[in-house]
Write a protein that binds this ligand. Structure first.
Ligand code: NAP
Length: 561
C-alpha cells in the first residue's frame, strides 16, 4: 500500500495538565499511533503563550492542536477571540495540524492565509453533529461548504443512532475529493472507526487506553493496531462481523482476526451492534461485507431472512452464520450444534468414555436442560448422533415440542433432581442459569449429578460454572461452554475462508488440541500461510491438523485477552 495514502491512527490526548499531556504524548508514540491530538481545551488554566511552546517543542509525534469550542462540544472556557489566538499561535509555532470548526473556518483561514506567512501546518476544518446523522444531501452540502473555506483536510463527524447511519459515512469517505476524516460517534458508530482505512479515511481515532476516550464509541489504539490491523487494511479488505445486541463483550473479533492474520488473508472481523436485523442486512448487502456470525437476539431473524438455509439450521430453527453469495443472496448455517457436540464427543473420547470412535454418543441417554436456541442445537445434534434425548425446561410446553421433534421425551424442570433412570448419562445445560453475575446458581441439585458420566454447560462466563464444579466433585467428566464457543467459531471460520477444504471437513478430521500438544502436528515452525503456499494440505485430515494448530494459537490468545 502507498504509505502516503495509509490511514493515520490518531490518539486524542485528554490530560488536565501540560505535564500529564506531555507524558501521554510519549505513551501515544509508544502505542504505535501516527498522530496525537492535543485537546488543549481540556487543560485547566491553559495559558497558550507559556504552554503551547512547551507542548510543541521536541514532540515525538506529529500533533493536531485543538482548542475545541463549547458550542462544538468542547470545553474551552475563554473568549472566542482568545481561542482563535491559540490556533494562530499553533500555526505560527509549526504545529503539524490545527483543527478549526466550520462555523468560524471561512474568515479565520482567509485571514491566516492573507498574512502571507509560510507554514507547513495543515488546517483541518471540522464539523460535529452530536445528535444524529443527517441525510446524504445535507452531508454533501456541508462538506462542499467545508472545502470552500480553503482548509486542507475535512473532518465530518456525526452521531450514529443506528449502525446503518454509518453507511452514509462510508459513502462520503469513498466519494471524497480531498483528504477527509469521517466518523460516526456512539456505540452504533463503532465500525466507522474500525473500517475508516477501507473507505479511504485520512485518519481514525483510538484512545490511549480504556477510560481515556475523547468521544463515545472510540476503540483503543491497541485494538486498532493489534486486533483490527488497520495499518494493513485497504479498499479490498473483506469485512466479516458478529451481529448482536449486546455485542462488544464478544471474543469473536480477537479469534477471527487472529485467524485471518495467521493465514495472511485481507479480511477483518468487527463487532456489529445491530438494532434492526433486516435493515442492517439490506443496507450492508454489498460484496465486501461477506460473512456474519449471528448471536442473541437475532438467530431466528437470520433464519427467516436467509435465501437458503442448510437443513440442520432449519430443523434447529436458528441460524448463527450467514454468508453472502456473489449473487447477493444469503446462505445460512448453524455451527452451534457442531461446536457443542464435537466438544462433548471430544470429552468422551479423552476420558475413555466413548463406546467407539465413530459415534461415542450412540445409545447414551442425553439430558438437555433448556429448549431455546442452544437447547435445540444440542437436542438435534444428540439425536443425529443416535443418542436417546430427554428435554427438561422451565416452560414445559417448549420442552415437549422439542422432545417430540427429536423423537425424545420431555420432563418438568423440577423433576430433574429425581430423574435417575440409569447411570452413565450425559447432561447438557443450555439455559443461562449460572451465568455471570449469578455464578453460584446451578440448574440441578448436586446429588443428582452422580447419575451422569459427563456434564456439559453451554454457559461460558464464567468458564467453571457452579454446575461444572458440582459435577467434577461428583466424579463426572466436565466440558465447558468455552469449548463449544471455540468449536462453533472455528466452524464459522471455515465458512468465512476460501481455503482448500473449507471444507465441509468432517468433524472427525479435526484433530484435537491434545493431539497437537502431544506433538503430532505436521509443522510448528512454518507459518500457516507458508504451509498453504507449499501445498501441505492434500487431504482433509492434514487440513484438520492445520486448523488445529491455528486453534491452539487462537485459544491461547483468547485466554491471554
Ligand atoms: P434462549 O434461546 O433465550 O433460551 C434460553 C433457555 O434458558 C430457555 O430454555 C429458557 O427457558 C431457559 N431459561 C432462561 N432463564 C431461566 C431460568 N431463570 N430458569 C430456568 N430456565 C431458564 O437462549 P440460547 O441462545 O439458547 O442461550 C442459552 C445459554 O446458552 C446462554 O447462557 C448462552 O450464553 C449460552 N450459549 C453458549 C454458546 C457457546 O458457544 N458456549 C452458544 C450459544 C448459547 P424458557 O423456555 O422457560 O424461557
Amino acid at each position: 500500500m502507498d504509505p502516503s495514502k495509509q490511514c493515520l491512527i490518531c490518539v486524542p490526548l485528554t490530560a488536565k495538565t501540560v505535564k500529564k499531556m506531555l507524558f501521554q504524548l510519549e505513551l501515544a508514540k509508544e502505542s504505535g499511533a501516527d498522530v496525537a491530538e492535543l485537546r488543549v481545551d481540556l487543560i485547566s488554566g491553559f495559558d497558550a503563550a507559556a504552554d503551547l511552546p512547551v507542548l510543541l517543542k521536541d514532540k515525538p509525534l506529529p500533533v493536531i492542536v485543538t482548542p475545541r469550542a463549547k458550542w462544538e462540544g468542547g470545553e474551552y472556557k475563554g473568549s472566542e477571540e482568545s481561542r482563535q489566538d491559540i490556533l494562530r499561535m499553533a500555526y505560527d509555532l509549526g504545529a503539524d495540524y490545527i483543527d478549526v470548526e466550520l462555523k468560524v473556518a471561512g474568515g479565520f483561514i482567509q485571514e491566516l492565509r492573507s498574512r502571507g506567512k509560510d507554514s507547513t501546518t495543515k488546517i483541518i476544518v471540522s464539523n460535529h453533529n452530536w445528535d444524529f446523522t443527517p441525510s446524504d444531501e445535507e452531508i454533501h452540502a456541508t462538506i462542499e461548504q467545508m472545502w470552500a473555506t480553503g482548509g486542507d483536510i475535512v473532518k465530518y463527524v456525526t452521531t450514529a443512532q443506528d449502525i446503518t447511519d454509518v453507511a452514509q459515512v462510508f459513502h462520503f469517505l469513498s466519494e471524497s475529493k480531498g483528504p477527509t476524516i469521517g466518523l460516526a460517534m456512539g456505540p452504533a458508530g463503532m465500525i466507522s472507526r474500525l473500517l475508516a482505512p477501507k473507505f479511504g479515511g485520512y485518519l481514525t481515532f483510538g484512545a490511549l487506553c480504556k477510560g481515556q476516550e475523547s468521544a463515545p464509541g472510540q476503540p483503543t489504539v491497541q485494538d486498532l493496531i493489534e486486533v483490527y490491523r488497520v495499518k494493513s487494511m485497504d479498499r479490498d479488505t473483506m469485512v466479516y462481523g458478529v451481529i448482536g445486541k449486546p455485542v462488544y463483550h464478544s471474543k469473536g473479533p480477537v479469534l477471527h482476526n487472529k485467524g485471518f492474520e495467521e493465514l495472511n488473508l485481507n479480511k477483518v472481523y468487527v463487532p456489529l451492534l445491530v438494532d434492526d436485523f433486516n435493515k442492517f442486512m439490506n443496507v450492508f448487502n454489498r460484496p465486501d461485507f461477506h460473512g456474519f456470525s449471528v448471536t442473541i437476539p437475532y438467530k431466528e431473524d437470520a433464519l427467516k431472512l436467509c435465501d437458503r438455509v442448510e437443513n440442520a439450521a432449519k430443523i434447529i430453527g436458528a441460524v448463527n452464520t450467514v454468508v453472502r453469495e456473489t449473487t447477493g443472496e444469503y446462505q445460512g448455517y448453524n455451527t452451534d450444534c457442531e461446536g457443542a457436540l464435537s466438544a462433548i464427543e471430544k470429552g468422551l473420547r479423552h476420558s475413555g468414555l466413548a463406546n467407539n470412535d465413530e459415534t461415542p454418543l450412540k445409545g447414551k441417554l442425553f439430558v438437555v436442560i433448556g429448549a431455546g436456541g442452544a437447547g435445540k442445537a444440542l437436542a438435534y445434534g444428540a439425536k443425529e448422533r443416535h443418542a436417546r434425548v430427554v428435554v427438561a425446561n422451565r416452560n414445559y410446553e417448549r420442552a415437549k415440542a422439542l422432545a417430540e421433534s427429536v423423537g425424545g421425551k420431555a420432563i418438568e424442570l423440577d423433576q430433574l433432581s429425581d430423574f435417575r433412570p440409569e447411570t452413565g448419562m450425559i447432561l447438557a445445560n443450555s439455559t443461562s442459569i449460572g451465568m455471570e453475575p449469578e455464578v453460584t446458581r446451578s440448574p440441578i441439585h448436586k446429588d443428582a449429578l452422580s447419575a451422569y458420566a459427563l456434564v456439559f454447560d453451554a454457559v461460558y462466563t464464567p468458564k467453571q460454572t457452579q454446575l461444572l464444579k458440582d459435577a467434577a466433585e461428583m466424579g463426572a467428566v466436565t466440558v465447558s461452554g468455552e469449548e463449544m464457543f471455540y468449536g462453533q467459531a472455528f466452524a464459522q471460520f471455515r465458512y468465512f475462508t476460501d481455503l482448500p477444504g473449507k471444507l465441509r471437513a468432517p468433524v472427525s478430521a479435526q484433530c484435537s488440541i491434545g493431539t497437537y500438544s502431544r506433538g503430532r502436528m505436521i509443522s510448528t515452525r512454518l507459518g500457516f500461510d507458508k504451509l498453504l503456499q507449499r501445498g501441505l494440505y492434500p487431504n482433509s485430515a492434514q487440513f484438520g491438523m492445520l486448523m488445529d494448530k491455528s486453534q491452539v494459537q487462537l485459544v491461547n490468545l483468547a485466554f491471554r485477552c
